[in-house]
Design a binder for this molecule. Structure first.
Ligand SMILES: C[S@@+](CC[C@H](N)C(=O)[O-])C[C@H]1O[C@@H](n2cnc3c(N)ncnc32)[C@H](O)[C@@H]1O
Length: 296
C-alpha cells in the first residue's frame, strides 16, 4: 500500500467541508481521498484522476458501489476536460500529490527503481504501447548533448556530462535495455566517493531526470496548476505536495504570481514538511513539501 504523505496537514490546508466537490488529481490508492471522503460526507463528491490505468482499476474494484466518486484515467493537465465531461463548472478544492507512488516503484515492473532489474520504461501509464515515450528510447536515441542537458537540468546531477558520454559509448556496443544496465553505466561514470555515498544512491538523480522527461512531469504540473486555479470557486483551495526542488519552485512561483495578481492568498509562508515521526514511519515522505493557496 502507498502510505499518504502529510495526511493531517493536507486535510487541514485543503479544508474539505460537508457537501464539497473535490478533485484529487493524483488519486492512486486513494489514501488522501479516504480522508477527504470522511470530511465531505455523502453529499460531497470526489473526482479522482490518475494517468496509471492499472492502479485506477484496482481502486475502482475496491470502491465499487460507492456513489459519490468519479474516477478518470487521464492526466491532471486535462482537468478542465474531465470537469467538462461531468458538466461541473467549479470545485471547492484540488489536491495534487505529484510524483511516484510506492505501488509504481515496487510493483509496476516498469523500471522506476534502480534497485530492481526491469525494462527501462519509466512511464506512469500502464499501457506501454509502441507510441508511448520510454526511458529506453531517450537513453538509446537522444544525442549526447540532449542527454547531458536533461540529466543536468532535471536531475541536477553534477556528473551529467560524464554519464551522458558513457551512455553513448555503451550503447554503441549494445542498446541499454534495463535499469541495471543503466545503473552500471552511471556507476562507472562517477568517482568512488560518490558511488559509495550511503545517503543518496549515485543513480538517483539520473533516474529522476529520465522519469521527469518520460512523463513530461514539469509541463503537466504547470498546466495542472493553471487548470485547477481556473476551475476553483472563490474561497476554494489548491493544495500541492511536491518531492523535489524543481517541482517546489514551480508551485512556489505559481502561488506567488496568483497572490501578486490579487487572485490568491498563500496559506503558509513556508512549505509544510513532515515531522520527524512521520519520516521515521514513512521514510519516503522525507522530501515532501506541502503548499496551499486559497482562491480570492
Ligand atoms: C504520490 S502518488 C499519490 C498518492 C495518493 N495521494 C494517495 O494518498 O494514495 C502519485 C500518483 O499520481 C499519478 N500522477 C502523477 N502525475 C500525474 C499526472 N500528471 N496526471 C495524472 N496522474 C498523475 C501517478 O500515476 C501516481 O499514481
Amino acid at each position: 500500500m502507498h502510505i499518504p504523505v502529510l495526511p493531517k496537514e493536507t486535510i487541514e490546508y485543503l479544508n474539505p467541508k460537508p457537501g464539497d466537490t473535490i478533485v484529487d488529481g493524483t488519486i492512486n490508492g486513494g489514501g488522501h481521498s479516504e480522508e477527504i471522503l470522511n470530511k465531505i460526507g455523502d453529499k460531497g463528491m470526489i473526482i479522482g484522476i490518475d494517468q496509471d490505468a492499472g492502479i485506477l482499476n484496482k481502486l475502482k474494484e475496491r470502491w465499487k458501489g460507492r456513489k459519490n466518486i468519479f474516477l478518470a484515467n487521464d492526466n491532471f493537465r486535462n482537468l478542465e476536460k474531465v470537469l467538462d465531461s461531468l458538466k461541473i463548472e467549479e470545485v471547492d478544492g484540488v489536491l495534487l500529490d505529484i510524483g511516484i507512488s510506492s505501488l509504481q516503484l515496487e510493483e509496476s515492473g516498469r523500471g522506476f527503481s534502480f534497485q530492481k532489474d526491469e525494462p527501462l520504461y519509466m512511464t506512469m501509464r500502464s499501457d506501454v504501447d509502441p507510441g508511448v515515450l520510454t526511458a529506453r528510447e531517450i537513453v538509446n536515441r537522444w544525442s549526447e548533448a540532449e542527454l547531458s542537458d536533461l540529466i543536468w537540468n532535471c536531475g541536477e546531477e553534477r556528473f551529467s556530462r560524464k554519464i551522458a558520454a558513457n551512455i553513448i559509448r555503451r550503447r554503441e556496443k549494445k542498446p541499454i535495455e534495463t535499469t541495471f544496465e543503466l545503473v552500471d553505466v552511471i556507476r562507472e561514470s562517477v568517482p568512488g566517493f560518490y558511488r559509495n555515498n550511503r545517503r543518496i544512491n549515485c543513480a538517483t538523480r539520473t533516474f529522476q531526470a529520465l522519469r521527469i522527461a518520460v512523463n513530461d512531469e514539469l509541463g503537466a504540473f504547470k498546466e495542472g496548476l493553471e487548470a485547477a486555479s481556473k476551475r476553483l470557486k472563490k474561497g476554494g483551495r489548491l493544495a500541492v505536495i511536491t518531492f523535489h526542488s524543481l517541482e517546489d519552485r514551480i508551485a512556489k512561483k505559481f502561488f506567488k504570481d496568483l497572490a501578486d495578481a490579487g487572485k490568491g492568498k498563500i496559506l503558509a509562508k513556508k512549505p509544510v514538511i513532515p515531522s520527524e515521526e512521520e519520516i521515521k514511519n514513512n521514510p519516503r515522505s522525507r522530501s515532501a513539501k506541502l503548499r496551499a493557496v486559497e482562491i480570492l
